[in-house]
Design a protein around this ligand. Sequence first.
Ligand code: ATP
Ligand code: MG
Length: 583
Amino acid sequence: MGYAPIKKDVNKTHRPANMLSYQHSYDNFKWHKAKAMIRGYKGGINMGYEAADRHVDDGFGSQEALIFLDQKKTRKALSYTQLQQMSNRFANLLKSVNVEKGDLLCSLTDRTPILYAAVIGCLKSAVVFSPLFSAFGSEPIKARMTIGGAVALLTSGKLYKKKIAAWRNECPSLKTVLLYECEGECPSDCIDLDQTLETQSDLFNIYATDPEDKALIHFTSGTTGTPKAVVHVHDAVIYHKYSGYYALDIHPQDVYWCTADPGWVTGISYGVISPLCNRATLIVDNAEYDANRWYSILEQEHVNIWYTAPTAIRMLMKAGNELCEQYDLSALRFLASVGEPLNPEAVVWSQKHLGNVFHDNWWQTETGGIMLANFMSEDVRPGSMGRPLPGIQAGIVRVDEQGHLVELSKPNETGELAFKKGWPSMFRDYLHESKRYQACFNGDWYLSGDLAYKDQDGYFWFVGRRSDLIKSSGHLIGPFEIESVLLEHPAVAEAGVVGVPDAIAGELVKAFIALKDGYEDDPALRKSIMAHARKKLGSALAPREISVKQNLPKTRSGKIMRRLLKARELGLPEGDISTLESD
Ligand code: ATP
Ligand code: MG
């Protein structure tokens, strides 16, 4: 991509315990190192035990596990012992109302302590947990709960009245509704958590879960179509812990902040399970994004590790360089990003203005954990997703017309990003769609649906999703490269590129952009952006047309919905937009 690697100062980054030397461990990795990080419980594995109780058993119960900041930034801390007890009370309550092993509990909450107790409480009870975005409307909530066959729901009194009450009886599997903050009288067919939880015992006998017992169901982001219900099992905790340590550098007592909404897989796997397993202290901010607030949290809480998403980074960049330089961010040690391609411009910006570089990493709901990462001890290549975690075998493949999979061995050849089966957090099914699940595999390989290439040093570079590729005059064009170039222009805050039909070229590249604060859309500005794109990309790749929007349509997990930009452009049906956030 033309950006020089960002060199690491090994003296600064070297952590003997975390120097699982890349080359050494990659050969013959048998997962034993990762498995050894897990204690196990009653001969099985329990995700909830590893996240909370284990640390109390080890004598660290008084350490702060979670620090909650409300809208006014009032601080409330829960220690590991308090988390253990609160989750035990939740587990006992589930037991008392016969919500049992294998039943599904959905949550529809903001970032409140009860959510964290519920995640751990469900896992300890072998009840399957599935988070939903609290900002979902009634329809997407109902659809997901019906697909999942939800037996229980955790939500607030307010959200219940607004989004659930009207259709509750149309979801026959749903038997228990647990409400916090009832605000007035609790409906008679619901349980008032604020009253009943306190009456439950602090002690709970954790269920002896088998590694293959279901633990979590996550719905995908819905970027490419209707979301899928992805099934994960307790065994995944091995990978959650392992990858949090090696890819995010989480060590005991680190102050860790993951900004992802808990309604999305990142918000649970790396917003709850992985950092708790690694005994960090987690910051939980229950407020909307605000650049000032975010920087002040990083400063005041002395955050060491920050895991966020490209959309957020682009918003911070949009807010200007002067702002971040007003804050003392010297406690920050490791910055990482996931969810969308991280444009090289953002990596270079973070190095310059935050004094620390964003480490891109790649994974998806189906992989259950980070698969490719820029590591703390290695140079960061801006624009690259990094290299596979030790133990992960990643390849660039193509499936030929006979359905045979061919691994592309030459560097820099674009193909589908694929992984050899067998890592612990690999998804075990798409609920009720096992055929679709099986179609993701070819022999030993799991096919991700993303296109990428690998350079001669083994770094992987994102090209685009299979469904977003543009075919123009015989070229196959990935949107990421074009979007990254557009973002280099000082006026461009966001970019989404799609192909629109053209009689001669097949498809033409069209770009949708949003401008940074302080810039106005006018012909001279568009001309300057076009000229920049042509200079950098050449006329074959440069967009033929640029459309300026206030905002680009995004999923709730912050991904630009290119399919929606395209459908709107062509006047086609919008498809499933249940996860659409902003426009
Ligand atoms: P759906 O499968 O419903 O269309 P989705 O794929 O967006 O939604 P997720 O599982 O939340 O749902 O997102 C995973 C996808 O996000 C990856 O397949 C990839 O396309 C994109 N992604 C994640 N991290 C990165 C990254 N570092 N660089 C580029 N793309 C990324
Ligand atoms: Mg996907």
